[in-house]
Design a protein around this ligand. Structure first.
Ligand SMILES: *[C@@H]1O[C@H](CO)[C@@H](O)[C@H](O)[C@H]1NC(C)=O
Ligand SMILES: *[C@@H]1O[C@H](CO)[C@@H](O)[C@H](O)[C@H]1NC(C)=O
Ligand SMILES: *[C@@H]1O[C@H](CO)[C@@H](O)[C@H](O)[C@H]1NC(C)=O
Length: 349
């Protein structure tokens, strides 16, 4: 009896302390680390009345389905928010509004299908965004206008077929990007991704690679190992073609034909893509080669001209000096002698 009574007393004191501190039931609050741990509690909602100073909120392994717009309006100091392994199916644009200090947002293992570009716009300090293991079918053109600090983006194990190159280009400080386990469509449309990824890896970025799911003959192949010539071009990127040099267009077309003959016959994939070449990289390479060759030739010509000028000047100077020494003073004497001799001659006369 006394044992039970004291247990009851202790637990009610703990609850009371938690209530005084404002710790929600089923959560453990650690005031020193400013963290709140509500993992594995079968929660279906974000707990309310979280301590305002909370910086770390762990909500993984629950059954949270919906996040209301006001879920985090009292915890604006949040730095780490872990919502992994829940049942979140959608994110409203204002869900994370005001979380100006949030650095890590973990949404892995949920049922998110759609991402709005405004959802992450209010997170200027966001560094790591884990969207892996969801049902995302497509991503918006950008992740909002506050993506400067994002260094890690995980898109692993979703249903993505493509990702806009502009989205990737709007993440200037990205260090790690994870792509594995999607339905990457390696037709003409994946071209921008390939170009971006090559440049990203060249700059020291880390990625787990893009493994193609379709078309059939490229299934399981690494995007980076598929040569440019085999892509063809999408109808909507015709404007890019116009920007490119028409000079190299025909050249590329012939190289494309060669590439195509080498490939194992045609398949359904080409139905999506017009059999037009994508001349950009080739023309870029040509342009660089042209610039380099022009530079070298100009350099050589310049050096030759310089050498000729130096030689010419030296020659002119030497001959001038020689002339001065050889002809200036003696003609002076001659002149003098002539002038001297003239009066003499005239007087003689
Ligand atoms: C995900 O959460 C459920 C409880 O909601 C748990 O049973 C399961 O073990 C968790 N999975 C992982 C990988 O942690
Ligand atoms: C997100 O949480 C999972 C476990 O739930 C972990 O494996 C993963 O590393 C976390 N992602 C980030 C970016 O911290
Ligand atoms: C990125 O983070 C730094 C400090 O961590 C901050 O000063 C800066 O405002 C952030 N960038 C953007 C675009 O908000």
């Amino acid at each position: 009896m006394t044992m039970k009574g004291s247990l009851l007393f202790v637990s009610s004191v703990v609850i009371l302390i938690n209530m005084v501190r404002g710790c929600p039931p089923k959560c453990r609050c650690h005031p020193f680390s400013k963290s709140v741990d509500c993992r594995n509690q079968g929660l279906v909602d974000i707990p309310s009345h979280l301590p305002a100073e909370t910086q770390i909120l762990l909500l993984s392994n629950n059954h949270i389905q919906k996040i209301s717009q006001s879920a985090f309006t009292d915890t604006l100091a949040l730095k780490i928010l872990d919502l992994s392994n829940n049942s979140v199916s959608g994110l409203l644009p204002g869900t994370f509004k005001g979380l100006r200090n949030l650095q890590i947002l973990n949404l892995t293992k949920n049922f998110i299908e759609y991402v709005d570009n405004r959802t992450f716009s209010s997170l200027p300090h966001l560094k790591e965004l884990d969207l892996s293991s969801n049902n995302i079918l497509s991503l918006p053109g950008t992740l909002g206008n506050n993506t400067w600090n994002i260094t890690l983006l995980s898109l692993k194990h979703n249903k993505l077929q493509k990702v806009d190159r502009l989205l990737l280009e709007s993440l200037p400080n990205l260090k790690v990007i994870l792509f594995k386990g999607n339905y990457w469509q390696c037709n003409c449309q994946v071209f921008g991704l390939k170009l971006w990824l090559e440049s990203f890896l060249y700059r020291g970025g880390v990625s787990d690679g893009v493994i193609c799911a379709t078309p059939g003959n490229r299934k399981g192949k690494d995007l980076l190992r598929i040569p440019y010539e085999l892509y063809g071009i999408c109808p909507h990127t015709v404007s890019e073609v116009h920007q490119a040099n028409t000079h190299h267009y025909a050249e590329h077309r012939s190289s494309l034909k060669h590439g195509r003959h080498n490939e194992h016959g045609g398949d359904g994939s080409r139905a999506h893509c017009e059999p037009k070449p994508k001349p950009r990289p080739v023309s870029l390479r040509h342009a660089i080669a042209t610039v380099v060759i022009t530079g070298v030739v100009c350099g050589i010509v310049c050096l030759m001209m310089l050498a000729a000028a130096v030689y010419g000047c030296a020659y002119a100077a030497i001959t001038a000096k020689y002339h001065r020494e050889n002809s200036h003073s003696p003609p002076g004497k001659e002149k003098g002698s002539v002038e001297e001799s003239k009066p003499f001659q005239s007087s003689m006369a």
